[in-house]
Structures are given as structure tokens and as C-alpha cells.
Design a protein around this ligand. Structure first.
Ligand code: KG4
Ligand code: ZN
Length: 351
């Protein structure tokens, strides 16, 4: 933990240009997000080169607004920035800008891992009345357009990757299915809305990896299943297919997350990432957690989707002495924990 009081965070890893100022206790003092969704919508996905250019246009006003909201630079002790994983061109805009800011304002610069931000986002509080975040340890189900993974989080700096998707992320499955159905982008919120009007039992879609003992996921088969149904019958009921698809994705996510908590003997589950907005997922996770006697913590949506407040907060717990350099993928995709020298720490015996 650093001894800073407030950190300005910058996030440009994908299609959101964001800046936020956060206090060490998680209280968010400013939170500005410029979304590029409209820019990418017509292509049905994020176009990396367009994202970089849009970040370049947005970064100055977004940061200025965040700094203005806290009354100027006197209220900011350090600058934290997402250095990866993400789109390299997009990341570079944030990192280079943060380097320049830190140098010009004579503040320390802290590189933050985007996933670490998501894992700690549940501790952010946007106002004094907001409930305090979950205690440690917790299992985090991180579900976004780029990631689907289960982590055990023991402390702000200590987490263990327990399982992850072997192919598409859950958000990607929603987005790709929506594209096949001609529904628009991003598909998650559209399918979520349509699913309410449909019958989830209309199509018997697979529940990939549900009965495997590991904590991994796989969603690309579902996309293929949807493609086949649409190829067979162009006029298929969109609401029914949306409801069936959402039912399949949500059942696998919620069941495997709850199983993970029980196996790890961790009493609480935290949702994070854009797919945590899904009403079906929230409901099913709520039901299964209640049955299993687990606490479920669902942060407000603005904390779940990409934002800079989580990056600022993770900055308090990051190693500020490391050089800041961008990376497109997590440096180490091997499951488990690592010592400071990068060597793998084996899991405890008996598991
Ligand atoms: O975390 P996020 O904003 O960005 C990253 O991918 O990092 O997540 C975006 C993803 C998209 O795939 C979008 O379709 C999905 O989250 N999403 C949803 C819902 N809202 C957003 N998926 C299902 N149901 C939703 N209500
Ligand atoms: Zn993200």
C-alpha cells in the first residue's frame, strides 16, 4: 500500500477513455468516462485503430474534467494508468499521456494491471451512503467483453486465477450471437432486454463445461449453436433464442462461480465486468448464493464496466517502483500465484 492520499487514474485499454480521482479508502471524488460505443457500433465490434484515435481526441478534456472536479492538482498525489492487458495502441495513448502528466506535475507514476482494477472495483464508493465493499477473501467472477475468469482474492495484492475461458469471453458470446441475429452492438444489453420477452426453455442449448470439475469456461460452441439455429430458420423467434442463450450462459457462470466459492471455502462472491449488468446473471447468482449460504456482492454498474476509478484504487496497491510499459496480454497466463521474482507458488496440498 502506498502512502498517497489521492490518486488520479487513467484508463484507455479498450473503448472507454476514462479519468478518475479516488481516495485511499475507495471513495470516488471524480469519475469521468467518455465511451466510444457509437463509433464502433456500425462495425459490430471495437476497431483498434479508431479506438486509439478517439482516445487521443478525448484524453485531454476527460482528464481536465476529472482534475477540475477535485479543485485542481493540489488535491492529487500520484498518477496511475492502465498498462495492460488491452489494445496496445489504445493503451499507449493513456500511458504516454500519464507519463507526461506525472513528469510535468512532478507526481509519481504507477502502472496498473486492468484486471487487478476489475478485481478491486467492488471497494469503490461513489458517495458516503454507498455500502462498504466486501471483506476478504472473496471469489470474483470477472465477466466482460474481453475476459471471463474466476479469481480468489485474499487481499488487495494477493489473488489467484482459478479458471478462465478457453475461447470466447461471456460478453463476446452475447455480442457475437446478437450480431448473428442482426440485433446490433453491443449485444449484451440488447439480448438482456429481449430475453425478458422470450421463453428460455424454447431452445435446448448446451451448458458448456458445466459438469467439468475445473473452473474453466468455453463459450464459442454456443455461438455456433445459435448460428445453426438461425441458418435453419431465418424467422426464428429472437426473444426465445435470446432468452435461451442468456439462460445457458448465465447458468454456467453462476453455477461454476458458486461451486468455486464452496470448494475454496470462501463465503462470498463478487461480480465484475460489463456482463455483471446482466439481469439474468444477477438473479441466478442471487438464487444460487442464497441456497448455498453465500453472500453475493454486485457493485454498481459504473464500477463493473471499464472505468478509471478502479485503476486509481488499484494504484494504491500496485508496485509504484516498477517501470511502466504497455502489454497486450497478461504477462503470465499460468494459473496460480507468483513470487516477486516471477516463480510460481504451488497450490496448497490437499486441493
Ligand atoms: O467490462 P466491459 O464494459 O468492457 C470490456 O469488455 O472490458 O464489458 C463489455 C461487455 C460487452 O460484451 C457487452 O455486451 C457486455 O459487457 N454487457 C452485457 C450487458 N451489458 C454489457 N452482457 C450481458 N448483459 C448485459 N446487460
Ligand atoms: Zn475491462
Amino acid at each position: 500500500m502506498t502512502d498517497h492520499q489521492t490518486i488520479l487514474g487513467l484508463e484507455t485499454s479498450c473503448d472507454e477513455t476514462a479519468a478518475a480521482v479516488v481516495r485511499a479508502d475507495g471513495r470516488v471524488l471524480a469519475d469521468v468516462v467518455a465511451s466510444q460505443i457509437d463509433l464502433h457500433a456500425r462495425y459490430g465490434g471495437v476497431v483498434p485503430e479508431l479506438a486509439s484515435r478517439a482516445h487521443l481526441r478525448a484524453i485531454v478534456p476527460v482528464v481536465e474534467e476529472a482534475v477540475e472536479r477535485v479543485g485542481g492538482w493540489d488535491a492529487i498525489d500520484a498518477v496511475a494508468v492502465t498498462q495492460g492487458p488491452g489494445l496496445v495502441g489504445a493503451l499507449l495513448v493513456g500511458v504516454q499521456f500519464a507519463k507526461a502528466l506525472a513528469w510535468a506535475r512532478d507526481r509519481p507514476l504507477i502502472g496498473v494491471d486492468h484486471l487487478q482494477g476489475h478485481l478491486l472495483a467492488c471497494h469503490l464508493r461513489h458517495d458516503d451512503e454507498a455500502p462498504v465493499g466486501p471483506g476478504y477473501p472473496y471469489v470474483a467472477l470477472l465477466v466482460s467483453g474481453g475476459h471471463t475468469a474466476l479469481y480468489r482474492v485474499d487481499e488487495p495484492t494477493g489473488n489467484t486465477l482459478l479458471g478462465q475461458t478457453r475461447d470466447d469471453a461471456a460478453g463476446e458470446a452475447f455480442d457475437k450471437a446478437a450480431k448473428l441475429l442482426g440485433l446490433g452492438y453491443p449485444g449484451g444489453p440488447i439480448i438482456d432486454r429481449l430475453a425478458k420477452e422470450g421463453d428460455a426453455a424454447a431452445f435446448d442449448l448446451p451448458r458448456p463445461m458445466l459438469h467439468r470439475k475445473d473452473h474453466d469456461f468455453s463459450f464459442s460452441g454456443l455461438k455456433t449453436a445459435v448460428a445453426r439455429i438461425v441458418a435453419d430458420d431465418e424467422g426464428v423467434s429472437r426473444p426465445d433464442l435470446a432468452a435461451s442463450l442468456q439462460g445457458a450462459i448465465v447458468e454456467v457462470l453462476a453455477r461454476k462461480a458458486v461451486r468455486c466459492c464452496l470448494e475454496e471455502d470462501v463465503p462470498r462472491l463478487v461480480l465484475g465486468g460489463g456482463v455483471a449488468a446482466n439481469r439474468g446473471l444477477r438473479q441466478r447468482a442471487g438464487e444460487l448464493c442464497a441456497e448455498a449460504g453465500l453472500e453475493l456482492f454486485v457493485p454498481p454498474i459504473r464500477s463493473c464496466t471499464d472505468n478509471a476509478a478502479m485503476i486509481a484504487y488499484a494504484g494504491f496497491h500496485a508496485d509504484g517502483d516498477e517501470p511502466v510499459a504497455v502489454y497486450s496480454r497478461a504477462p503470465n497466463r499460468v494459473r496460480g500465484r507468483f513470487r516477486e521474482d516471477g516463480t510460481h507458488i504451488p497450490r496448497r496440498a490437499g486441493r
